[in-house]
Design a binder for this molecule. Structure first.
Ligand code: E4P
Length: 217
């Protein structure tokens, strides 16, 4: 499973990229607003830090304008994935942009039929929003499973990018049902390594090691 980080916070991206475990970044207009920075500048900076796909979202609603924005964003760097909403205008834009060799992430997916359309439009990534479905008492993970089955049935190459992840269990469950990628907030990503028994065991090992009076270097 690939890990993307879901943030526009440069310090967080640099820190996580340094682990060598980061495969990409997703941003959205809300995350850009939170960063308080200029959209184009921040996206260009992220593309210089991470080699993998960096999602940058269009804001136009009509296909013609969306396509213009998408082409403009695609020129920022070769690892830009243009993010378009799951609307008919977004699907049309997706088809054109992927035909031109640009990666496209179709976002705001909340149903299997939407995901089927995105795959037919040649999307590089489909982003089903797990947390937002859970928020309204639906089952986000069930949607990931349905999409996995449909994509496997027809051998679609569109990668399932589990989005709106809120917990470490979301990451584990998305991996179990076969999501290709998880885009995860920085705090949740860091939390994946945490276990109280790891901390306790390490403390004990170091206490016993100290008693030996030895040093490795
Ligand atoms: C995905 O690309 C989105 O940016 C993100 O996962 C949305 O998450 P949220 O529902 O926590 O805002």
């Amino acid at each position: 499973m690939k890990f993307f980080v879901d943030t526009a916070d440069i310090a967080e991206i640099k820190d996580l990229a340094a682990t060598g475990l980061l495969d990409g970044v997703t941003t959205n207009p809300s995350l850009i607003a939170k960063s308080g920075r200029n959209f184009l500048e921040v996206v260009e900076e992220i593309c210089g830090i991470v080699d993998g796909p960096v999602s940058a979202e269009v804001t136009a609603l009509e296909a013609d304008e969306m396509l213009k924005e998408g082409r403009f964003l695609a020129k920022i760097a070769k690892n830009i994935a243009v993010k378009v909403p799951l609307t008919w205008a977004g699907l049309k834009t997706c088809k054109t942009l992927t035909g031109e060799g640009t990666m496209v992430n179709v976002t705001l997916c909340f149903s299997a039929n939407q995901a089927l359309l995105a795959a037919k439009a040649g999307a590089t990534f489909i982003s089903p929003f797990i947390g937002r479905l859970d928020d309204i008492n639906l089952d986000g993970m069930e949607l990931i499973e349905e999409i996995r089955t449909i994509y496997d049935n027809y051998d679609f190459k569109t990668q399932i990018l589990a989005a709106s992840i809120r917990t470490a269990n979301h990451v584990k469950d998305a991996a179990l049902v076969g999501a290709d990628v998880a885009t995860v907030p920085p705090a949740v990503l860091r939390g994946l390594a945490a276990h109280p028994l790891t901390d306790k065991g390490l403390e004990q090992f170091l206490a016993d090691w100290k008693k030996t009076g030895q040093k490795i270097l």
